[in-house]
Ligand binder design. Structure first.
Ligand SMILES: C[S@@+](CC[C@H](N)C(=O)[O-])C[C@H]1O[C@@H](n2cnc3c(N)ncnc32)[C@H](O)[C@@H]1O
Length: 251
């Protein structure tokens, strides 16, 4: 993990939980989803995975836990969070009280076929161990293998434009990785096709961002994390990278 990623996924994750706790419960889920998820994306994934209150859901690379909390709130299910960064684990426990296992998605300390469904949102491009992560998700989700990804995909190999520590797969490479992990693609939808994010949600995220900048704007961790997010936002804005949601099953 690079210093910028450590700043974003560890230090800023913990600061985010502090800010959200101070702002109040309405801010917890939007703050916890700063990493990637939007309500429309999460609604689509919950529907496609047919999640119900009977299901256990593994969130692999859960960050601050917003997406898992969104699903728990939407369908009253019990999520299991796995996240390698200690600051993010503490943030998710503090904001949502979920069980969080500190581990890498590429070496899940979980038994075979122990959960009904799993998702990994905005995580694949942050690790070089992409095949291992997908293989571990396949191993831990029981048949038929209800698995979903939100993946940031490069239009073409990014070479020098890749922000440090990121590994955006191309569409072709992602398809190959999925097949190599023993998984099959059931549905594919670009985040660009989703309805707009509700104003109330963006206002809450903006309030969290403003409070974070206010409290920590002069720190190196904030500066590094902001630079990293801006580079990724620029790549998304230029269409060099796109957000793709995939629903998978055991192949
Ligand atoms: C962009 S954030 C997304 C967080 C969360 N999934 C969300 O959508 O809000 C990426 C997360 O992946 C985690 N991560 C990085 N490498 C990982 C790995 N090998 N296995 C599992 N998680 C990883 C990071 O610590 C970070 O919390």
């Amino acid at each position: 993990m690079t210093e910028a990623m450590g700043a974003e996924f560890d230090t800023v994750a913990e600061w985010t939980a502090q800010v959200a706790a101070d702002l109040g419960p309405d801010y917890h889920i939007p703050a916890g989803c700063r990493g990637s998820g939007s309500p429309a994306a999460l609604d689509w994934l919950i529907e496609q995975l047919r999640l119900t209150s009977e299901d256990s859901l593994l969130d692999c690379g859960a960050g601050v836990g917003g997406p898992a909390a969104y699903a728990a709130h939407a369908v009253s299910l019990a999520p299991v969070l796995v996240e390698p960064e200690a600051g993010a684990c503490r943030a998710a426990r503090r904001l949502f009280g979920f069980p969080v296992v500190q581990a890498l998605g590429s070496a899940l300390p979980l038994a075979d076929a122990c959960v009904d469904a799993a998702w990994s949102l905005g995580v694949l491009c942050t690790t070089p161990h992409q095949l291992e992560l997908l293989t571990e998700m396949r191993r831990t989700v029981r048949a038929p293998g209800r698995i979903a990804l939100l993946a940031f995909v490069a239009r073409e190999p990014l070479l020098t434009k890749q922000p440090e520590g990121n590994h955006f797969p191309t569409r072709e490479h992602l398809i190959e990785l999925i097949a190599d992990a023993g998984l099959a693609i059931q549905k594919w939808r670009s985040t660009a096709d989703l309805p707009a994010i509700p104003r109330e949600w963006t206002d809450r995220v903006d309030a969290v961002d403003a409070a974070l900048a206010d409290r920590h704007g002069t720190s190196r961790a904030w500066e590094l994390a902001e630079k990293q997010s801006k580079r990724i936002a620029d790549l998304l804005g230029e269409g060099e990278v796109t957000g793709e949601m995939l629903v998978l099953r055991h192949g």
